[in-house]
Design a protein around this ligand. Structure first.
Ligand SMILES: [Cu+2]
Length: 267
């Protein structure tokens, strides 16, 4: 009796200690996560899902090849003029041979589909801290406009370490803005705004191409994403802003000068 009471006390103490440790670790994990905002880059999820699909279909392919080879071997002719006879399956084995493969295939399909759905939601979940650029596509160019009015054509220049959101539309027909390295592709179409986002982490250049047949020059509709370091990007943007201001200056200076000329003459 006394031993049972001691055992009970030890069990309760262990449960309480383990529970406290779990609570403390999850609290610490929560604090760590909130302190450093983590960007859930869908490109990495895309890669791991692709890898998973390749592994799955390889295993299934090998499995079916082995089973088929076994059937071919076990059903081979063993004597001259042998007449084959198919074995009668019992009801249980007939159902087993039908249901089990279906169950295996459907389980893998459903599992992959569920992972694909989670990944798709990551693609739609744009980080709040981002660079937002407008894109107008047209036969045959990609025209980007930055928030400060700076424009580029066929070259999207972005800083490393910041997610980039493209809000896209088209001035003529259907195009598809495809950046293979960042695992993103989204249609741009007239009369509608679509979006995609990607996360460049280090300086480099990446191909942009149109993934929707849009006309005879479709295959020439290529561009680049140029990822610069944060400092280089800031310097480039400053230079572009200066050029933009200089280009707009004559028009702005001309506006007040035109006002007196517009005054009606006193008679
Ligand atoms: Cu196109």
């Amino acid at each position: 009796m006394h031993k049972q009471q001691v055992k009970g006390t030890i069990r309760r103490t262990l449960t309480a200690v383990c529970g406290s440790m779990l609570a403390a670790s999850s609290w610490a994990a929560g604090v760590a996560q909130s302190a450093v905002p983590k960007i859930n880059d869908p490109a990495r999820g895309w890669d791991s899902l692709w890898h998973e699909v390749i592994v799955d279909i390889t295993i299934i392919g090998i499995l079916f090849a082995v089973v088929t080879a076994w059937f071919v071997f076990s059903s081979r002719r063993t004597a001259d003029n042998q007449v084959g006879a198919s074995p009668k399956l019992t009801a249980a084995s007939a159902v087993g041979w039908t249901v089990l493969p279906i169950f295996i295939f459907l389980s893998i399909d459903l599992y992959t589909a569920a992972n694909g759905w989670v990944l798709w939601n990551h693609y739609r979940d744009v980080p709040a801290d981002r660079l937002e650029v407008k894109l107008e596509s047209g036969m045959y160019s990609w025209d980007y406009t930055y928030p400060n009015g700076v424009r580029t054509q066929n070259e999207l220049i972005v800083p490393a370490g910041k997610p980039v959101l493209l809000r896209m539309t088209s001035r003529d027909t259907l195009h598809s803005h495809y950046i293979p390295d960042f695992r993103v592709k989204e249609d741009s179409m007239p009369g509608r705004v679509t979006y995609l986002w990607f996360y460049p982490t280090k300086p480099g250049e990446h191909l942009v191409t149109c993934a929707e047949y849009c006309g005879v020059m479709h295959s020439y509709m290529a561009g680049r994403v140029i990822v610069k370091s944060a400092d280089e990007y800031a310097a480039w943007m400053k230079q572009e802003e200066t050029q933009l201001a200089a280009a707009n200056a004559p028009a702005e200076a001309g506006t007040p000068a035109a006002k007196p000329a517009a005054k009606p003459k006193k008679t």
